[in-house]
Design a protein around this ligand. Structure first.
Ligand code: ADP
Length: 391
């Protein structure tokens, strides 16, 4: 697995049970997964030579993030490695414009969108200090024309490299568009979706073409960061849930995904729209460690090794996962005991990361029968651990 963040760390737990030897490529030896994986190699995922050395002897290569350059993934495949997902699939999780074009081509429901001129892709250095370049002005015109058709606000998104809402700007006026464009990053524009809530569907697909879908979940975001996941999505009409799963499995099939695919969706009064894709274990699937017969990490290993997939069924009627986001107090462990004593059913997961405000440092999971109770338990544990506040 290229990358040694918390996703690789949690994959190791499943690798141990399956008897799979997991090697990770880390930037530094203190990264989350590097701390717990014996076969940690140090190197730079942006350097093909490092990737080649890392890959030597591996049966399959996969990723815990989307930032490996597409041409390096192609080079590894040309060397004969089983890279899963492959470059032709992964590019749809790397490049939002490529993703939108492809999804629209086979009818997956997406928000209205358009490419925007300007940014580095056009060879323009449009720093704020230089003011709006010629192509920046062109971009503002294009977005204004798009807004005339679809209305304000317009959502501008970095085509590559965004995560946790970084690289997403909700613009209400041409002046705000101008400001977003001045960053010099290639952007696309999307209609602002007045969604009722955000859903996510996690599916797995193996090279054999076997596919499974986990139940549809609701993801609760704050400031662009997922804070809570409710499984299954409360009150979701069974037909709409089946439709969401069908869309996600279709995307996995059409793109030739191998491994996990997380499809983030907006639920609107008029139906579902696909927002975003990830091809790796995903925050919206952390609940599966404690709440499903097969955790997403085990499923990803099974899929990338072309093994039969595991059951995605839930092990309790309701599962709630809450992220632990670092607060001002770096010492969470002094509240550890309280949380364990207060609720022996709570499962704690720490990523071995230093606490920094807003950083995902772990998560907690509660399972049970009643949504309100289970949600309150998960929230209590997460809030108390990170802030010391008693909810
Ligand atoms: P990232 O890749 O940084 O996670 P996303 O595309 O998932 O970015 O967007 C982050 C958040 O911004 C979404 O979870 C959603 O809350 C909001 N968002 C994104 N696109 C739209 C849109 N078209 N309309 C309304 N809100 C949006």
């Amino acid at each position: 697995m290229v990358g040694a963040g918390q996703l690789a760390r949690m994959t190791q737990q499943s690798a141990i049970a399956l008897g799979v030897e997991l090697r990770v490529l880390a930037n530094t030896s203190d990264e989350s997964a590097a701390r717990v994986i014996v076969d940690t190699r140090l190197g730079d995922y942006r350097e093909l030579a490092d990737l080649r050395e890392f890959a030597t002897g591996c049966h399959a290569i996969t990723f815990d993030h989307e930032h490996v350059p597409t041409e390096h993934i192609r080079a590894l495949a040309a060397d004969g490695y089983a890279v899963r997902p492959g470059a032709d699939a992964l590019v749809h999780a790397q490049d939002k414009a490529v993703m939108r074009e492809r999804l629209t081509s086979f009818g997956a429901p997406c928000p209205a969108w358009t490419r925007v001129s300007g940014g580095a892709a056009d060879g323009v250095s449009a720093s704020a200090a230089e003011g709006v370049s010629a192509s920046g002005a062109e971009g503002v015109k294009e977005v204004s024309a798009f807004a005339a058709e679809h209305g304000w606000p317009v959502v501008l998104k970095a085509i590559r490299g965004g995560y946790d809402g970084r690289g997403v700007w909700v613009c209400r006026t041409p002046a705000e568009v101008e400001e977003a464009l001045s960053g010099g990053v290639p952007l696309m524009a999307e209609a602002f979706v007045p969604f009722e809530r955000e859903l996510a569907v996690l599916v797995a697909r193996s090279p054999h073409g076997q596919g499974v879908s986990y139940p549809v979940v609701e993801t609760v975001q704050q400031d662009g960061i997922c804070v809570e996941v409710l499984a299954p999505a409360p009150g979701l009409d069974p037909e709409e849930a089946a439709e969401a799963q069908r869309i996600a499995l279709q995307i996995a099939h059409e793109l030739g995904v191998t491994g996990l695919l997380a499809v983030e969706m907006f639920q609107t009064a008029d139906g579902l729209l696909v927002n975003e894709l990830a091809m790796r274990p995903h925050n919206s699937g952390h609940w599966t460690i404690d709440g499903s017969r097969t955790s997403q990490f085990e499923q990803h290993l099974r899929a990338v090794l072309d093994l039969p997939l595991g059951s995605p069924s839930m092990s309790a009627p309701v599962v709630v996962m809450a992220n632990l986001l670092g607060g001002d107090d770096p010492d969470l462990f002094k509240r550890y005991e309280h949380v364990m004593a207060h609720d022996p059913g709570i499962k704690l997961h720490f990523y071995g990361k230093e606490v920094r405000p807003g950083r995902k440092i772990g998560h907690v999971t509660a399972v049970g029968d009643d949504l309100e109770t289970v949600r309150a338990r998960a929230r209590h544990a997460a809030v108390y651990l990170t802030t010391g506040e008693y909810t």
